[in-house]
Write a protein that binds this ligand. Structure first.
Ligand code: ACO
Length: 438
């Protein structure tokens, strides 16, 4: 260390006012990002613990998978910037990267690709589950149910301390999610289920199962395949968000990986998280016309309305979500390829974005477009109904979830997730028989 460099602080001290209690908290340094105070001995030393609703100030684990700098708008998977991966890589290569930590060489990729494609089909018995769903069931309900039920087909997945079993479960999940997602769609429109084709790429196989029918030859479209692949890459992981934390929390109890991923799918469904892409299109449809934007923005700013500008804002990004920029570019490419010259929803979205980015309310709160602002428009142009937007997100994120789950199981510091609370209920009181109550 040179004499001009400031020493990295190693401890923070908390003293409890009016007492002689205090705690010395070690300050931990990661590879990137601010230091974090290790509060594990706080209660033992100072007799207090911390209050952090929504866990915005709490690192719940150590992880080597994904890094976000929310102020700078940076997203790295295993150190690689998301824009480089979106431009140069493929989804399966990114899946390998997330799972194993490095990009694969040719032989490693070959083995991985084969490992995944060996598992793309569903057990025929699982197919029968669909008969129990209503045709109008939301596909996220189908995903939750079918993925959870996979535990019943692979009982060895409960051996979570067996590295081979963990890997096989990860392969099964990554391989089968496209099949389950596509079948959830096919069922809703009454078309035959299409079996996976292992000669196609991951993204192309998914598009094939979604869009083809047995009666017609399938026509490949490399631009749409690339767009799909890129959308999957952009959604593959995002550090300790609500659904990933749910997967880890479920996994911390020793639950099997299929049950954990089903829990993640449930958490993703909400409109504040993965459901936002569906909500953006609904919002654009309700606004309907550029002339209605000012009235809509006023409504958003009115605290009593509870209306949010969907696709804007993020817990971590206080700058442009780097995924939103790539998504916007992909949107143009897809519309161009499909020959869509004037897409009223895109015009509306761009106008809305322009107005919001100039508005003091959004500027002062650092609210910028997130990944979902443009993804719905692309997916709609590609022919996906809005109900399929969040399932597609789940399909991509399964790779991140299972990588995070594997990392957690291998982490010697891992223990059951068990947050505490600030209790504000009734103090201790005695039971009174019903006749004696006021
Ligand atoms: N529209 C209007 N106001 C907003 C929005 C929005 N989209 N997002 C945040 N705000 C306001 C809040 O009302 C709050 O205002 P206040 O300080 O006057 O009370 C302030 O900005 C801070 O917002 P918080 O709610 O504290 O931010 P938080 O980190 O809890 O929420 C969230 C983040 C849930 C993403 C929020 O921005 C939101 O609901 N956005 C819309 C839904 C959405 O697009 N979700 C997708 C997120 S990305 C993903 O999951 C893939």
């Amino acid at each position: 260390m040179s004499s001009t460099e400031a020493a990295v602080p190693r401890h923070a001290t908390i003293t409890i006012e009016g007492t002689n209690k205090s705690a010395t908290l070690p300050l931990l340094s990661g590879t990137l990002g601010p230091q974090v105070a290790d509060i594990r001995k706080l209660q033992a030393q100072a007799g207090i613990f911390t209050f952090d609703p929504g866990y915005g100030e709490t690192a719940s684990c150590e992880s080597k998978i994904t890094y976000i700098d929310g102020d700078e708008g940076v997203l790295l998977y295993r150190g690689y910037p998301i824009d480089q991966l979106a431009e140069k890589s493929t989804f399966l290569e990114v899946a390998y990267l997330l799972m194993y930590g490095d990009l694969p060489n040719n032989a490693e990729f070959e083995t991985f690709n084969r490992g995944i494609t060996m598992h793309t089909m569903l057990h025929e018995q699982i197919r029968r589950f669909w008969e129990g769903f209503r045709r109008d069931a939301h596909p996220m309900a189908v995903l939750c149910g079918v993925v959870g039920a996979m535990s019943a087909f692979y009982p060895d997945s409960i051996k979570i301390n067996d590295a081979h079993e963990r890997e096989v479960s990860a392969f099964r999940l990554i391989a089968k999610l496209p099949t389950i997602t596509a079948w959830a769609y096919k069922y809703s429109i009454g078309q035959p289920f299409m079996y996976p084709r292992n000669d196609l790429s991951y993204a192309e196989n998914f598009l094939y199962m979604m869009n083809s029918v047995p009666a017609e030859p399938y026509r490949k479209n490399p631009i749409l395949e690339r767009a799909m692949d890129r959308i999957l890459i952009l959604h593959a992981d995002h550090e300790q968000n609500a659904s990933t934390s749910t997967v880890r929390l479920a996994g911390s109890t020793g639950a099997n990986p299929f049950a954990c991923i089903a829990a993640g799918i449930a958490a993703l469904w909400g409109p504040a998280h993965g459901g936002a892409n569906e909500a953006v299109l609904k919002m654009l449809g309700e606004i309907g016309d550029k002339k209605n934007i000012p009235a809509f923005i006023s409504e958003v700013k009115d605290k009593n309305s509870h209306t949010k500008l969907m696709g804007f804002g993020h817990r971590v990004y206080k700058n442009f979500d780097p995924r939103a920029k790539i998504m916007q570019q992909t949107c143009y490419e897809v519309l161009d390829e499909l020959g869509i010259k004037n897409e009223p929803l895109l015009d509306l979205a761009m106008e809305l974005e322009k107005i919001a980015l100039d508005d003091e309310y959004f500027v002062s709160r650092k609210l910028y477009p997130n990944v979902d602002f443009y993804s719905g428009i692309i997916l709609k142009a590609m022919g996906f109904p809005t109900t399929m937007f969040t399932p597609l997100f789940a399909l991509a994120r399964t790779t991140g979830w299972i990588s995070q789950w594997m990392e957690m199981i291998e982490d010697p510091q891992q223990r059951i997730g068990r947050p505490r609370q600030l209790y504000t209920g009734a103090p201790k009181r005695d039971y009174v028989a019903i006749g004696g109550r006021e």
